[in-house]
Design a protein. Structure first.
Length: 158
């Protein structure tokens, strides 16, 4: 399969929303609302410090990833709204998307990347992925997302 990684645009916006919404077992409804708002703001050109990328093969959207910049810290980016379509997982698309994103941010002012997930079991595979691509868990905050759902904060130096 010939896969392109490129910036999220108006043309791929609906596919990106559909991709993240196809994974209700990993996200809360409020995450979808925030993801869609982030995608739209980026596409409209109002968030130049942020970066959203998609992976596609022809017309088929396979994955989406983004990062938002912390305005109150030095070269710090937070990963946002990361999803690879169900039938496509485990095939290297997530790694490719993330490495493209990290490369582009490092070439700007990017110093540190963070990602927020959970140590709850519904994200065991997500944590395995982050560890495989070089992230280290630096904090765990109990009952953060909801009671019984802790925050796991992962860090990678760019
Ligand atoms: C997390 C996610 C984006 C990763 O994308 P992906 O395309 O499946 O990942 P890749 O195939 O690129 O995997 C990259 C590495 O992670 C490892 N990995 C991925 N899933 C794994 C798992 N369940 N267990 C162990 N290792 C895993 C792979 O072995 C691979 O290592 P390698 O490159 O050294 O062989 C994707 O699985 C996904 O959409 N998950 C559901 C949504 C989600 O969790 N989003 C993040 C919210 S914070």
């Amino acid at each position: 399969m010939d896969i392109q990684v490129e910036r999220l645009t108006e043309a791929t916006l609906d596919g990106a929303v559909e991709t993240i919404r196809s994974l209700p077992e990993f996200f809360y409804e409020r995450d979808f609302v925030k993801a869609e708002a982030n995608y739209r703001e980026f596409v409209s050109g109002h968030k130049d410090d942020d970066l959203f990328l998609v992976a596609r093969s022809g017309d088929q959207l396979l994955g989406v990833v983004g990062a938002t910049k912390r305005q109150d810290a030095d070269g710090v980016y937070f990963l946002a709204s990361f999803a690879v379509k169900k039938g496509q997982r485990g095939g290297g698309i997530g790694r490719r998307l993330l490495e493209s994103l990290e490369g582009e941010l490092a070439a700007r002012d990017g110093r540190m990347m963070y990602t927020e997930t959970t140590t709850a079991s519904y994200c065991d595979s997500t944590r395995a992925f982050y560890e495989a691509v070089g992230y280290t868990m630096v904090a765990e905050v109990p009952d953060f997302w909801a009671d019984g759902d802790p925050l796991a904060l992962y860090q990678k130096r760019l």
